[in-house]
Design a protein around this ligand. Sequence first.
Ligand code: GRF
Length: 232
Amino acid sequence: MTMRIAVAISGRGSNLEALLRALQPGAPAEIVLVVSDRVKAAGLAHAKSREIPAMVLPDPADAPAWLQLLREYQIDLLVLAGYLRLVPAPVVAAYRGRIINTHPSLLPAFGGKGMYGERVHQAVLESGARETGVTVHLVDEVYDRGAVLAQSRVPVLRDDTPERLAARVLQVEHRLLPAAVLAAAAAGRPVPLEGSGVGSQETGGGSQESGVGSQELGTQAQSPNSQLRGHS
Ligand code: GRF
């Protein structure tokens, strides 16, 4: 059975586009809904051009509205792809284990409140870290703390700027997120991504980005009363 996916975005939507490219007709998963907290999110155009319903949430903290939407479209998996707002805790609870997020660092490093967009890469450079990467993880009530499903590493280069580093990390994200989604579709639920370079530091013999790797870090403590904060 085809896995029905909703993708939540706040901005450009290049990860949405990467997912749409990966999920051609006949794929085991289909994006049937795109949700945004911003009417001006540029990524909504990707949905519209493919005639995928694109909904702007009038109030992104309105859990019943989220739940109604996800149920109406019979969503099996919610993918946060550059979605920067809170997902209400009742939605997390109702879809536990069925919401994933992509984050442009090797969590738990450089995650947390305020760590989104270029700030992540700026912080990586300021820290002197020699590598960063991408994490795809399950969403729970604790900010950026759900179980890691996949990670892929990206070396930090000597002359990196936040923009250059962000661009290389994004390229990796565009491969890792679709791979994680396809693995979820094959398994019927999000699973740790098996395969090439699990938890490895493949850097392709000097290439600027790593292969798709994964690393299971186990589940994290959950706080049932808190809300999931914006993911970045
Ligand atoms: C991605 O790197 C995502 O992880 C981060 O912001 C970027 C969103 O890019 N939160 P896009 O909207 O998918 O192009």
